[in-house]
Design a protein around this ligand. Sequence first.
Ligand SMILES: Nc1nc2c(ncn2[C@@H]2O[C@H](COP(=O)(O)OP(=O)(O)OP(=O)(O)O)[C@@H](O)[C@H]2O)c(=O)[nH]1
Ligand SMILES: [Mg+2]
Length: 200
Amino acid sequence: MGCASSVADRSQGRGTGLNPDNGGAVDPKNLKVKLVLLGDSGVGKSCIVLRFVRGQFDPTSKVTVGASFLSQTIALQDSTTVKFEIWDTAGQERYAALAPLYYRGSAVAVVVYDITSPESFAKAQYWVKELQKHGSPDIVMALVGNKADLDEKREVTTRDGIDCAEKNGMFFIETSAKTADNINQLFEEIAKRLPRPSAA
Ligand SMILES: Nc1nc2c(ncn2[C@@H]2O[C@H](COP(=O)(O)OP(=O)(O)OP(=O)(O)O)[C@@H](O)[C@H]2O)c(=O)[nH]1
Ligand SMILES: [Mg+2]
C-alpha cells in the first residue's frame, strides 16, 4: 500500500508537551512528556499501554470511551528519567472529533495500526496527516505496526510500514502487546528521540 506524504520541517527545540507544567524550567535529567496514542479501533492501543505500564495483556480488552490516562516512568542508560503521561484515545469514529484535545500540545504521538488490517494502515496515514497539519511542529512521531504475533494473517508488509514512516520522518517499529515483543523498546526509542533541553 502506498504512502504519500511530505516530511514536515521538524526543528529541534523545546517541544510543546515537554515538562509543560513547571513554568518552563525544564530539568534535562528528569523529563516529563505528554504522549498521545492514535489509531483505528481495535488495533491494540489500550493493550500496548497496559503492557507497558502494568506488564499485562487483556485478551478481552474493551473499546475505549473518550480517552484514558496512564503514566509510566522509565530510566535511560545515561540516568535520565522520562515520565510518559499517556493519553490513550478512543479509535471509534464517533470519538474522532475529540482527538485534537489530546494530540494538541503533545510532545509525542504514537500512531498505531494492526499488521493484519490494511484499513487500519490507511487510517494510520490519515492520523499522520492530521498531526502534520495540526500537531506541534516539533512533535516526535512513531508509527507502530501492532499484533506482530499474527504474522500468518499479515496483510501490511514491514516494508510498507518502513516506507510510510520514512516518508513522514517517523520512527517505525512492529510490536505485539500480546507477547510483549518490542513494547518497552518502543518507549525507549521514543525517549531517545526527545529533544533534550540544555541545562540552564
Ligand atoms: N493477537 C494480538 N491481539 C491483540 C494485540 N493487541 C491487542 N490485541 C487484541 O485486539 C483487541 C483490541 O485491543 P484494544 O487495545 O482494546 O484496541 P484499541 O486500539 O484500544 O481500540 P479502541 O479503544 O476502540 O480504540 C483486543 O481483543 C486485544 O486483546 C496483539 O499484539 N496481538
Ligand atoms: Mg482502547
